[in-house]
Write a protein that binds this ligand. Structure first.
Ligand SMILES: [Fe+2]
Ligand SMILES: [Fe+2]
Length: 303
């Protein structure tokens, strides 16, 4: 990827598309899972209308990428609603199409709505796996297949962690940073090819700063310990459906991409690392198209 160089590097981060149920998706017997039955009531009452145009927003992102090409795309998951087979079958192609639009490549991790039940994990592997970008260092992954690594030219690298865990109980929507994955992350951060890079984007679905036991991220103590003293790390996540920037303890920047498709809250981030600073610009939906708002990094610390 030498042609991409270290100047003019453009990295787009998005997630939480939540494509509506395709026709026939709810005829799956898996819909009788207690977690799904309860969530369906909530979906019908509150969620469906807000994400009804998600496919158009994904098309809108394609249109943006044609107008404003980027080198790399980082995707932090939640493509679906309930991880039913038909959902994967219909969503795999449009998701792969968008991720394939970056000049250099992409990296993707699943969200909790992609690994909704134990059965969803197998469906994700079988129906999304072949269409999603492979990492550059398969040997660095633990047994679960993560972390994934994507070298983004000479200056930057992305490391994708899977924090989505399929809980049986509908009231537990927490995520977890797995110990084996964190050990692998530590080895990666210490490896010369990662440590020498100016920008190390560590990405996962769950918010790093949200530690609520039932809805937040577990395992963060070990994670923050791993990051102590590291100055080249930028943290990216999704799950919260509003776009914001924040600072972690120790000052590391944290960016939440928000939802690409939530009505009246659509967003993504575009990062342009340049001369030692990370220029972060917010993507917004205006007049039925995505465009960029100039934004100072860390301006909106409302996590
Ligand atoms: Fe989400
Ligand atoms: Fe989520």
């Amino acid at each position: 990827m030498g042609a991409l160089g270290s100047t003019g590097l453009r990295i787009l981060h998005f997630g939480d598309v939540h494509l509506p149920f395709p026709p026939g998706a709810l005829r799956d017997p898996g819909v009788l899972h207690p977690k799904r039955l309860v969530a369906l009531l909530n979906y019908r009452a509150r969620r469906a209308a807000k994400y009804a145009d998600a496919a158009q927003k994904l098309d809108g992102l394609c249109d943006f990428l044609r107008r404003e090409p980027v080198d790399w795309i980082l995707y932090t998951g939640d493509t679906l609603n309930q991880g039913l087979e038909k959902e994967y079958m219909v969503a795999a192609e449009p998701l792969a199409r968008v991720l394939g639009m970056a000049r250099g490549g992409a990296l993707a991790v699943p969200g909790n709505h992609d690994l909704y039940t134990g059965a969803s994990v197998g469906l994700y592997r079988r129906l999304f796996g072949p269409r999603l970008p492979k990492g550059d260092m398969p040997g660095a992954a633990g047994q679960g297949g993560y972390p994934l690594v994507r070298f983004m030219g000479e200056e930057a690298v992305a490391i994708g962690l899977n924090s989505a865990v399929p809980h049986f109980a509908f009231w537990d929507s927490s995520g977890t940073l797995d110990g084996e994955e964190l050990e692998a992350l530590g080895r990666l951060l210490d490896s010369p090819e990662v440590a020498r890079r100016r920008w190390v984007f560590v990405m996962t679905h769950y918010p790093f700063l949200d530690t609520d036991w039932l809805h937040g991220l577990r395992g963060t103590e070990a994670f923050w310990k791993l990051l102590e003293g590291r100055k080249n790390v930028v943290l990216l996540h999704g799950h919260n459906h509003r776009n914001y920037a924040a600072a972690a303890p120790g000052g590391l920047p944290v960016y939440c991409c928000g939802s690409l498709s939530k009505r009246d809250a659509e967003g993504f981030w575009l990062f342009e690392p340049f001369a030692g600073s990370l220029n972060a610009r917010r993507g917004v939906w205006r007049n039925a198209r995505f465009s960029l708002e100039p934004v100072a990094a860390g301006e909106d610390a409302d996590a």
